[in-house]
Unconditional design. Structure first.
Length: 235
């Protein structure tokens, strides 16, 4: 049974603070203490604050070894990125850290491809199908979705209903390619169709504009022609 792990609302400023601390400190205990101090006047409950700290450090610090190279790449990209680009980097890191986040953003992306809004209950029921009707899932899904509202990835329309927000423009092609690499790793894809690369379900809040030349110039990704398909694969 997969662990949920992400069961508290997380603000984008907290994720950015985690990167700021990690840039100057690598000791996990010290990072957790600094985050705990930072959140003391934002999250009153000691237990809730501890859970928030664990989510933040799971996203950026206590990364599985298989993804450590991506985390190192993320740090380099993050330090020169603007606010919108930093959101996409955080988004990508959360895909790597939390399988339930992947399933939720994939579900929302599918719904918003067909319509302009969605019911949180609809997302929850679809996540139940994959994760089981667990209490941790019941609490995690709305908290993750309302975290996305705080990040301005979606908007709250009315209680229990969210809707599309304005697309978030990303101008740095290296960050767009980083997202694709994280998407392929977290969703366990050996390849994806190039003609779908700018409209993947999990990228629903962002405006991507990846071209074939960008893949050719990438150190991490390749283009491969198979029959009538143009595929993106790992280099």
């Amino acid at each position: 049974m997969q662990k949920v792990g992400f069961d508290r609302m997380i603000e984008i400023e907290w994720l950015n603070k985690t990167v700021e601390i990690y840039n100057k400190e690598s000791d996990i205990k010290i990072i957790k203490q600094e985050l705990n101090d930072y959140l003391k006047d934002k999250v009153i409950s000691d237990d809730n604050r501890k859970k928030c700290v664990n989510i933040l450090t799971s996203t950026w610090v206590s990364m599985p070894d298989e993804f450590s190279n991506l985390r190192d790449k993320a740090i380099k990209l993050y330090n020169d990125a603007n606010e919108n680009e930093r959101l996409l980097i955080n988004w990508s890191m959360m895909m790597l850290a939390f399988p339930i986040f992947c399933d939720i953003i994939d579900t929302i992306g599918k719904l918003l491809y067909l319509q302009d809004d969605f019911a949180i209950k609809t997302v929850l029921n679809r996540i139940y199908d994959k994760w089981g009707e667990r209490s941790t899932v019941k609490y995690a899904v709305p908290r993750i979705i309302y975290s996305m509202v705080q990040w301005k990835a979606i908007e709250k329309k009315k209680p229990g209903i969210c809707q599309k927000a304005n697309l978030i423009a990303i101008d740095n092609i290296d960050i767009e390619l980083f997202f694709i690499e994280c998407y392929m790793r977290s969703f366990k894809k050996d390849y994806i169709n190039f003609y779908e690369v700018n409209k993947l379900n999990p990228s629903f809040p962002f405006r991507l504009s990846i071209r074939t030349i960008d893949i050719h110039n990438s150190d991490s990704l390749n283009l491969y022609k198979a029959n009538n398909n143009l595929l993106i694969t790992f280099a």
